[in-house]
Design a protein around this ligand. Structure first.
Ligand code: HEC
Ligand code: HEC
Length: 66
């Protein structure tokens, strides 16, 4: 899916993400889209081959601004 903040039509529907250029380097985009390889890496030592731990939703919160 495209990596972008969904325009906020109403406050409840707004999805804010950090600017692509400011993403943690472990999280890769593919032609400005999110793919399996944004969260997974076959060489990862993490559980479920995640690019980083998702303990406390920290992987989610690398992209999402809560
Ligand atoms: C936004 C991040 C993200 C993306 C994108 C993503 N995953 Fe995951 N995936 C996760 C997380 C987090 C878990 C661990 C879930 C858990 O621990 O229960 C996971 C778990 C998995 C698992 C293990 C499931 C299990 O029960 O053992 C597989 C297989 C998997 N993902 C495949 C994929 C594939 C294939 C894609 C692309 C189509 C993909 N993932 C895209 C975050 C992501
Ligand atoms: C690589 C960046 C990235 C990561 C990591 C990520 N997200 Fe997202 N997520 C997005 C983007 C970008 C959107 C907005 C897509 C759009 O609106 O087109 C989104 C949308 C969503 C939505 C709204 C879906 C909808 O259709 O309304 C939910 C819910 C969500 N993410 C949950 C999660 C959870 C839970 C995790 C952690 C397992 C996670 N995200 C990790 C980038 C990410």
């Amino acid at each position: 899916m495209p990596y972008r903040s969904r325009p906020a039509d109403s406050d409840s529907d707004s999805i804010d993400v950090v600017p692509a250029a400011a993403l943690d380097r472990r999280i890769r985009l593919f032609d400005r889209t999110v793919g399996c390889g944004s969260c997974h890496n076959v060489y990862s030592q993490q559980s479920k081959l995640l690019v980083m731990s998702n303990q406390g939703s920290q992987l989610c919160l690398k992209c999402h601004v809560y």
